[in-house]
Structure formats: structure tokens, C-alpha cells
Design a protein around this ligand. Sequence first.
Ligand code: AP5
Length: 590
Amino acid sequence: MLNYSPTATHCCNVPLTPTCSSLFKSSPSSSLPNSLSFSSALVTQQLASRHVYANTNPNIKSKPLHKGLKIMCSTSEPLKVVISGAPASGKGTQCEMIVEKFGLVHVSTGDLLRAEVSAGTEIGNKAKEYMSSGHLVPDEIVTAMVTTRLSLKDAQEKGWLLDGYPRSFAQAESLEKKNIRPDLYIMLDVPDDILIDRCVGRRLDPVTGRIYHINNFPPENGEIKARLITRPDDTEDKVKSRLRIYKQNAETVLSTYLNISKKIDGNRPKGVVFKEIDSLLSRVQKDKEASKSGKLTVSDSHSDGKPSNKENWRGIPTRLNNIPHSREIREYFYDDVLQATQRAINDGKTQIKVEINIPELNPEMDVYRIGTLMELVRVLALSFADDGKRVKVCVQGSMGEGAVAGMPLQLAGTRKILEFMDWGDYGARDTFIKIGSIGGKEVDEQDDMFILVAPQNAVGNCIIDDLRAMTTAAGHRPVVLVNPRLKDLPGSSGIMQTMGREKRLEYAASFEICYCFRLLYYAGTQYPIMGALRMSYPYEYELYKRVDVSAGKEKYVILSTFPKRPTGEEINDAFEGKTRNETKRATGIW
Ligand code: AP5
């Protein structure tokens, strides 16, 4: 029986999160056995040819998305990226552009294998039948190829972009065991029918290695057109088989990289897709540059001095019942919320809300948790300010008058914390970032967006009217609620106010969730954690089960996804292994 209530607590209650104080100023090399010999010279040459001709597309501008960000393509700790996605999701196409911009070494298992096949090597002969039938080539062949390729000097020095690997849980485990871990795991998301059309229409230029499509990206001239070839595995039947195999493996591979994974909508023009990838990679590179130079980034500035435990969890951070959370765990959530909020705002959403209820961010349990909430708000505000937006961070003031005046306990003192917080060295405070309250009068002409810290009703005082006045005054400008609590509370007399209740609830529901993370417990308990529900705009709700791996070790495994927020019953069904269409019976589970 799973508890789907928003409240969550912790087993080890440490009263003061370290993040309260930190709000104020203040690569592994891989050992790569070459167990299987293959023609690495051949594949290196083949890869190089793809790079030389990469990105002649005039639509792709190499413009950094973040103000003041200088991209350095050669650093002592270069970028390491995995790009994944179904057949024809556009991995190769995006890789051309990524290589052009970031100078990474592109390692495509498909390209490596095709080179072996066309050279008639022993490996090529073995791989041929698997590839032409749309099946995966045995792990030991592919893994040896990849690890050897990644160990070469150019990949070590320039960084790498791994395309089409790992494609199974065993392959992901192989990389983990060799301590080869990417900085970012990109997943291109494209609907099935589009994928089939893309595969069937794909053509390759054997001279330049460039990828074309008979309709989407026709060749530039007749000479190129005449020499184009079709891949033998690009027939409709084989594509369907490849797609099925991809789907069987995708979730388990993802579970290895969840904390560094970014799903990207690949069903958009390739330049638009690249823009989002470019922004992500630039951000990761910026963080690496900053840590290399010893300069702390916003999210680094609250080091708690504890050893890193990032390596101990994959995907969703583990040991979430233990607080205070480590810096890595907090950063995971700040970044996750930020990405979702950015996507929602970029898509033109104006009334959105974030609902995140890990123990560390749950001031209902412990007022000191407000420090972590403030830190999250700061990450959001500074990131939007970095993009040139004037952000007003708002916390409600005391409401009501006389004996009934007051504010929710959790928010007492929050405004002062906001004012004294470290808002960076670049004079962002009072220019790009302002502190305000909640209400129509708080909206100034120059404000571009508003972040509201945990707006909530207090007994006897309803925040909805002030909130409504604010969103009306804000018009088309985004208003982001972080952990709001807008359900109706009893009036000061202890009696439920019924006048206008329906309209109040309707208004509260008009804010669209752009990020949700909720821990799940058995009903009536708050320990142990059974799983988690996560949604990051615009993607589906993801349901995870927490699994004990070995003594003291746990991980989260994805159980199911839902296009809409699942009900308690749907969550229970997924935990019990029932399919979504199975006839529901009354379970008494909530
Ligand atoms: P591989 O070559 O990796 O094939 P794949 O994963 O099926 O991916 P594709 O190369 O088909 O597609 P893509 O995502 O690169 O899309 P592209 O950019 O070309 O692997 C082939 C085989 O090798 C496997 O089946 C397996 O047998 C074996 N293998 C490989 N790795 C393995 C591993 N790790 N383990 C075991 N076996 C392994 O784009 C596709 C088309 O769409 C193009 O025509 C393009 O022009 C067009 N397009 C791209 N982007 C867009 C866009 N945004 N809008 C419209 N059209 C677009």
C-alpha cells in the first residue's frame, strides 16, 4: 500500500541543514584492456573523414547561449558525452554539429562496425549478420571496440562523444566497471512513425560520411545525389525490429545515467535540437572550466566539505531519507528543477509551479529546511538572470490585520534570508534580481519574471487574491510558484470559508506543474522509501521503485511512465506489476 500524500519525512532528523549557513558569502583515467584486436587504424580514419566534412550546414550558428560564456574546446578535463536514442532519432546528425562546435572525438559504434564490415575484417564478418538483421552485435565485440577507441590519445585529450553505446545494461555496466563515466547522457526523443520515415528516407554519402534524407535533407547537387547509398538495415521491417530492441533496453541503460541524463525532443528541426544540446553542453563545460580554475559556480558555492557520494548513486540520488543531503544531491535537484522550468518558460508557459518534496526541501517537517528551498530559488533566479532576464523573487509578507495578522510559520524570516543571501559577485542583486512580496503592486514594468517562494494560505488568511492580482498584473510574464500550498484552510474562526471556494481552487489549479518530484511510502508510514514519482516538463511522469542492491546500497529502477499524473491506484498497479489496461479492482490502496 503506497502513501501518495505529499508529506515526507526522514529517519535521521538533523536539525540544521548546512545549506542555511552556506547561503551567505562564503577524471578518472581508464584502464582499457585490448582483449579483442580490430582495425583501429581503419576506424580512426573512417571517423576522421566524418569529422572533416562535418557541419557545413549554414543553419547552425556556434553562438554561446549563456552571456559571458567562453567555450574552450581543449581543457585538461575535456567533455565526455553519450548521445542515445532510437534508430534514426538523429544521433549521427547531431554528432556532426556537436563535433564541429566542441571538437570532441566522435565514437559511433554503428560507424565503427560498418567500417569493419566494409573492410571485410574478422570482426566485420561476425558483425555483419547481426547488423543486417537489425539485431545487436554481441557485447564483447562492441565493448572491446569502444573501450579501445576511447583510450586513444585524441579521445583522452579532446574529450569524446559516444554515439550508440551503451545500448544494453551489460554495456553500461562494462563502462561503469572501467570507471568510464560521461558528464552528460543525452536522449533524443522522437515518435515511432517519424523514426520509420527517417530511416527509410535516409541516404549516406560514402565519400564524406554526411547523412542526407531524400525529403528532409536532400543532397546539395546531382553529383552527390548519384553516389548516395542506402543502409541495408534501413528497410521498414528492420527498422521496426531495431526499434523494438531499442525499447527493450532503453530504460535499463537510462537507469545507469539518470542523474546526468537529459531527454531532448528530437522531433524538431535539427538546428533547434542542436541549440538545446549546445546550451546543455556549454553549461556542463562551463562548470568543468569553473571547477578546473578553482572558481566556484553558483551551485558549487555551498560545499559542505563532505566527500563526494555521487559515484554511489546512479539516476535518482539514493539515501534520500538521510538529511542533510550532500551537495551533489542538492545540485541534482536544483539542476533538474532548473531544466524543467527553463523548458516550460521557453515554450511560453506563464503560470507554472514546481512541486518537490524530498525531506530536505520540506519545510512542513522542519522550518530549517527553508534554507535548502532558498538555495533552490537562488539557483533558479541566478540562471534566468544569467540569460538576461530581470527576476523578482517574492515571498509573501504578513497577512491580515490585528489579532489575526500573521504568516505561515515556515516563511517567517524568509524575506530577511533572501535579502542577506549571496547573490553573486557581478552585481546581479537590485539589477537583474530583486526581492519583493506577493501582490499586484509588486509587479514593476521592468520585471521579466517572478519566482514566488512557497506561497501558502495561513489560517484565517487566504493568499489567492494577492496571487491573482499579481498574475493579472504580470500578464504574459512568467510567474513560477515553488512549492505552493494553495489548498483552502479554515478561517480564523475555525470555520471553512465557502464563499468563492470553487473559484479559488480553480485559480490554484490553473498553474501548470513544470516539475514534480515526490517520494513514495507505504500508506501510514514514512519509512522506508518505496519509490519516487518524477516529472520534468514537457516529459511524462516517471515512476521509480527503490531497490536494495546490497547491504547499505540502493538504486531507483524505472517501473512505468504516464502521460498524466498517475493516481494512487495506477501507482499501486505499477508496483504490483499490472499493466495499465488491466481491469481495476478495489484495493483500498491510496
Ligand atoms: P547505428 O548506426 O548506431 O544505428 P542506430 O542506432 O539504429 O541509429 P541510426 O544510425 O540509424 O540513426 P541516428 O540516430 O544516427 O540518425 P541519423 O542522424 O542518421 O547502429 C547500426 C547497427 O549496428 C545496430 O542495429 C546494431 O546491429 C549495431 N550496433 C551499433 N551499436 C551497437 C552496440 N552498442 N551494441 C550492439 N550492436 C550495436 O538520422 C536519421 C535520418 O533522419 C537521416 O536521414 C537524417 O537526415 C534525418 N534526420 C536527422 N535529424 C532530423 C531532424 N531533426 N528532423 C528531420 N530529419 C532528421
